[in-house]
Design a binder for this molecule. Structure first.
Ligand SMILES: [Mn+2]
Length: 285
């Protein structure tokens, strides 16, 4: 693909995110029919991503929705330190462009760091700089143009996806002490620069939250009007973690990683959700 084609693909996917008929401001609401497959953090795990797309088989399953998050910043480094997760992000953008009604994204903290060009280190390396180096390596003098298209694409991701059965998907939940002062209007209005600010911005607080307790989850759920949250963000060695009776955490970036496969017409409590988890290692595709 040429840089022009790549920019065009990211541009189409950006537009599809923005004009999504299921979207109202920063929330996408899925219909009460069909299925949804929810993936956790992917971090450029290409084997799992391949399996996911193959198994989901979107062209032959038009009733199936797919939720993706935190696709970038993985382990594919070359000898010069260029990191190449833009390739997986591009595949996801192609998928959105081709199956716009079925593919949905959630904004994650690694996306925000990449938008801002800083904020996450891996040892002494900035993963954002390594990502940009990968783009530059592939597109040379057009790298800057591609980088802008990627930034626009990441900025077009919604913050939350509401399922008709009371489940709310987002990348993370604000830490407990931020919930009482959290600006819940962030879901229902256009975003401004201050929303993304480190520590104080509600977007930042939402997607960087860690160590949230079941009490914090309950407070947040009451305000959002949800029963159960399905999030990513916190690493899960066994692929998932149960945080009280209103919060399931999933991860998709290793062999024990999982995807959550739900029927949109059914209701679930957390134990039932756990039974609907499918491990990538057990996916025979
Ligand atoms: Mn994260």
């Amino acid at each position: 693909m040429t840089s022009d084609q790549v920019v065009e693909t990211f541009g189409s996917a950006t537009e599809e995110n923005q004009i999504d008929p299921l979207r109202d401001q920063q929330i996408v609401t899925l219909p009460a029919e069909g299925e949804v497959w929810i993936a956790g953090d992917m971090h450029d795990h290409r084997r799992n991503f391949d399996k996911l797309l193959k198994a989901a088989d979107l062209p032959n399953n038009p009733q199936r929705h797919l939720i993706l998050q935190e696709l970038i910043h993985g382990e594919h480094f070359d000898e010069t330190g260029a990191e190449e997760s833009w390739q997986t992000l591009l595949r996801a953008a192609e998928l959105k462009a081709d199956y716009s009604g079925q593919v949905h994204f959630l904004l994650a903290n690694h996306d925000l760091a990449q938008i801002q060009g800083k904020g996450i280190m891996k040892g002494s390396i900035s993963v954002c700089e390594a990502f940009n180096k990968g783009v530059k390596k592939a597109f040379g003098s057009s790298g800057g143009m591609v980088q802008v298209a990627i930034t626009e694409f990441l900025l077009s991701f919604p913050l939350g996806i509401r399922l008709p059965n009371g489940i709310f998907c987002c990348h993370s939940i604000p830490q407990d002490d931020q919930v009482p002062t959290f600006d819940f209007s962030v879901f229902n209005r256009p975003l401004i620069g201050a929303d993304y600010m480190r520590k104080t911005g509600p977007v930042y607080q939402l997607i960087w939250g860690r160590h949230v307790t079941p009490d914090g989850v309950k407070q947040f759920a009451d305000q959002v009007g949800a029963n159960i949250f399905v999030t990513g963000h916190q690493p899960q060695e066994m692929g998932y973690g149960v945080n009280g009776d209103q919060h399931l955490i999933i991860a998709s970036d290793h062999n024990q990683g999982v995807v959550l496969q739900l029927n949109l017409a059914e209701s679930y409590e957390v134990p039932a959700l756990v039974r609907r988890l499918k491990k990538f290692v057990a996916m025979d595709v």
